[in-house]
Design a binder for this molecule. Structure first.
Ligand code: NAD
Length: 352
């Protein structure tokens, strides 16, 4: 048994189909009397429905959330929250909307109730990100961890299949890197393995029947577990590379994770055989990296960076950026090997 430190996440989690009906009770339990509901423009109907449910406890809807939380959007949302005298925020959406709620919490200290509609897992983490002048900075702050998370799988029924698959693979990435995190622990390992198992089982069912509520529930359950791991364990090469690719080339978040994960796992595999064994077991496949590559192909997920619009001449710069600011990774970072990994991911080749 290795030494470890375990901190439980203080977030309250409510999980059930139809649980959005409990939103008013959950908001009231936190003492929020003037909630501002946040969403992206294309989820405004859902947000309006939540606002109607909250009735007098809701003072407005802000439907301007955008990917990677541009600071100007965060400033606008904070100004709106201030003008309304909001005393809490309800984030209804994926990582972009929850990210905006976190920016407000960071600036104004308002409590967050999150109702996730993707599998990104941001709702379970104290990690925030803000983009300014094309550069994304991230940080940890306990104030941005949502106080209550209402998981209603019915809210994910409309998530398009392609995005569901990419988002589910994004969630698996959190758990996979958690299994070899330098600061992991046995409890997170259990969550990580169960989270991967639930998603590997649920995603193929969602792919054939997107309105299968049982499959959607399994995926959201897996996303919760994987998000919890992300919030408590330090991520390594995979998340660093995806952060660099997303930030410097403006790539879609979940799809970038889906493409990169088989390759980053294969890179780290020789250094962490036990973690790879657990990932493979959770996937129900003989090997972690190759198993994920096969799963992604079977599910029709993107498997090549070039299909996301990356040009081959961008890869050297990505490798350079990924090697700046040293961070924990189980296998030492060798530039040539990372360039090779990126080249295979660019071409959509199987991992090494
Ligand atoms: P997203 O929130 O940007 O959503 C993608 C699109 O899908 C949006 O247009 C959204 O309106 C739409 N959508 C979301 N749920 C839907 C549903 N159920 N039905 C129909 N449409 C729906 O995407 P994401 O992948 O959830 O989040 C990505 C962002 O979250 C990135 O900026 C990433 O960096 C951040 N993130 C942060 C953390 C963290 O811990 N801080 C963790 C994961 C992701």
């Amino acid at each position: 048994m290795r030494d470890f430190v375990y901190n439980a996440s203080p977030a309250r989690v409510v999980f059930a189909p139809g649980s959005r009906a409990r939103l008013t009770d959950e908001v009231a339990a936190l003492g929020i009397e003037r909630a501002l509901v946040l969403c992206t423009p294309n989820q405004s109907a859902l947000a309006e429905a939540a606002a109607a449910l909250l009735g007098e406890r809701c003072v407005g809807v802000f439907d301007g959330a955008r990917m990677h939380v541009p600071v100007e959007v965060a400033h606008k949302a904070c100004a709106y929250a201030t003008s309304l005298g909001a005393d809490g925020v309800v984030a209804l959406g994926g990582g972009s909307t929850i990210g905006l709620a976190k920016a407000i919490a960071l600036d104004m200290g308002l409590p967050i109730v999150a109702m996730p509609t993707t599998y990104a897992g941001s709702e379970m983490t104290p990690i925030y990100g803000l983009t300014e002048g094309g550069a994304k900075r991230t940080g940890h702050d306990a104030r941005v961890l949502p106080r209550t998370v209402v998981y209603d799988p019915e809210l994910t029924l409309a998530l398009p299949v392609a995005l569901s698959i990419a988002s589910g693979l994004n969630a698996i990435a959190h758990a996979a890197e958690g299994l070899y995190a330098h600061d992991g622990n046995p409890v997170l390992d259990l969550m990580a393995e169960e989270g991967i198992r639930a998603l590997a089982d649920g995603l193929p069912r969602v792919a054939v029947a997107p309105h299968d509520l049982a499959a959607r529930s399994d995926c959201l359950y897996g996303a919760w577990l994987c998000g919890t791991v992300l919030g408590q364990a330090g991520m390594a090469l995979h998340h660093k590379l995806c952060h660099v690719l997303g930030g410097s080339l403006d790539l879609p978040h979940a799809q970038t994770h889906a493409v990169m994960l088989p390759h980053t796992l294969a890179y780290n595999a020789p250094a962490v055989p036990e973690a790879m064994r657990r990932i493979a077991r959770a996937l129900g496949r003989p090997e972690a990296g190759r198993g994920l590559h096969e799963l992604a192909k079977e599910l029709g997920a993107p498997t090549a960076l070039r299909d996301l619009g990356v040009t081959v001449d961008a890869l050297d710069r990505v490798a350079d950026l990924a090697l700046t600011n040293p961070y924990a990774n189980p296998r030492p970072l060798h530039r040539q090997a990372i360039v090779g990994l990126l080249a295979r991911a660019w071409a959509g080749a199987p991992p090494e």
